[in-house]
Design a protein around this ligand. Structure first.
Ligand SMILES: Cc1cc2nc3c(=O)[nH]c(=O)nc-3n(C[C@H](O)[C@H](O)[C@H](O)COP(=O)(O)O)c2cc1C
Length: 317
């Protein structure tokens, strides 16, 4: 009985806050009018999926026609409705050109409508953007003491060699990532290193974002947040702590010469249950994100992942 009262005391404020937040989110997503900002952001996401396709290790020519057509159509519309002078549109133009060049260089004939569409949007090219490119293991991991250079040299890598990533290096990276701050120094973030073939396969079956490269990863890391450290009303900070820790871990992995790619952990409750069984985390933990890791091959491709102009993301008030 005492236990029920204790739980009810937590559940009631939790339900009140959650329902209110849900209502706000629902209201916002149903009433928002899609404008230039949202349309351009969506174009950037579409660009990214095509760019990812260009950097896949076992890329087949003639891939992604629906995606390419979608980008061409959006480009045509936004160039007409807004102006070509947006980094998202310039980025699409460059990625489409890279897609076209790849096929021409390999004597692969693209459908006519795609060729015409790409040639048409090329006329609106105003400036260069950051494109995906081939790199080598030694170039990618060029040692530096300069943080700016180091931060600029990290990318999500979706191309791995057969080499094993030593557990010792992963543990060192996790220890370095512990320099991440957390709310009130709670340190509620945990890392699970999924290393056996059976568990890796079972985990990847629950996920969609790794197609074309996840099965080559030597190991998959799972970052969880232990909700036992939080009260109902401030629990969302756990995700913030997980995000900060994850970024620190990405840098630490890069520092130890390990290629990594963050993977979303948007899993249904059913899939979360399966994941819990595979990994064995505790009842109070929730999965926040995965990271696929592997050693670099001698040569590989990385995405440019063009960022929007920095002036658009800050305001001095
Ligand atoms: C929370 C989160 C989830 C992500 N999920 C995926 C994913 O499921 N699949 C994937 O290939 N990349 C995923 N990424 C990687 C992003 O695409 C990548 O970080 C972004 O394009 C910027 O590129 P960069 O990491 O090379 O700077 C994810 C990144 C974050 C932060």
């Amino acid at each position: 009985m005492i236990e029920i009262i204790r739980v009810a005391k937590h559940i009631l404020p939790f339900l009140a806050v959650t329902l209110l937040k849900m209502w706000q989110d629902l209201w916002y997503s149903c009433t928002v009018k899609r404008g230039q900002k949202e349309n351009l952001a969506e174009l950037m996401m579409a660009n990214h999926t095509l760019e990812k396709g260009l950097t896949m290790p076992n890329r087949k020519l003639g891939f992604g026609y629906p995606k390419v057509r979608g980008i061409i159509d959006r480009c045509r519309k936004y160039i007409k409705d807004y102006s070509p002078n947006h980094i998202e549109i310039q980025c699409s133009i460059d990625i489409l050109q890279q897609y076209y060049n790849l096929h021409v260089d390999n004597l692969f004939e693209l459908p006519d409508d795609i060729i015409k569409g790409i040639q048409e949007v090329q006329k609106s090219k105003l400036y260069d953007t950051k494109l995906c490119y081939e790199t080598t293991k030694s170039d990618y991991f060029t040692p530096t003491d300069n943080f700016k250079e180091f931060a600029l040299s990290r990318h999500s890598v979706r191309w791995y060699s057969d080499e094993i990533v030593p557990n010792e290096d992963i543990i060192n990276a996790i220890q370095l990532a512990q320099t991440a701050p957390s709310a009130c120094n709670r340190q509620e973030i945990k890392v699970y290193v999924v290393s056996t073939d059976g568990k890796k396969k079972a985990l990847l079956e629950l996920h969609k974002g790794h197609t074309g490269f996840g099965d080559q990863a030597d190991k998959i890391l799972l970052i969880t947040a232990d909700m036992g450290f939080w009260q109902c009303n401030n629990r969302t900070s756990a995700f913030l702590d997980a995000g900060i820790f994850t970024m620190n871990l990405l840098y630490a992995l890069h520092y130890y010469g390990i290629c990594a790619c963050t993977l979303n952990a948007h899993l249904s409750i059913k899939k979360q249950k399966k994941l819990k069984k595979i990994v064995g985390y505790s009842e109070s933990e929730i999965p926040t994100v995965f990271i696929s890791i592997g050693k670099a091959p001698e040569k590989f491709m990385v995405t440019g992942s063009q960022r929007v102009e920095h002036e658009t993301i800050y305001k001095i008030v």
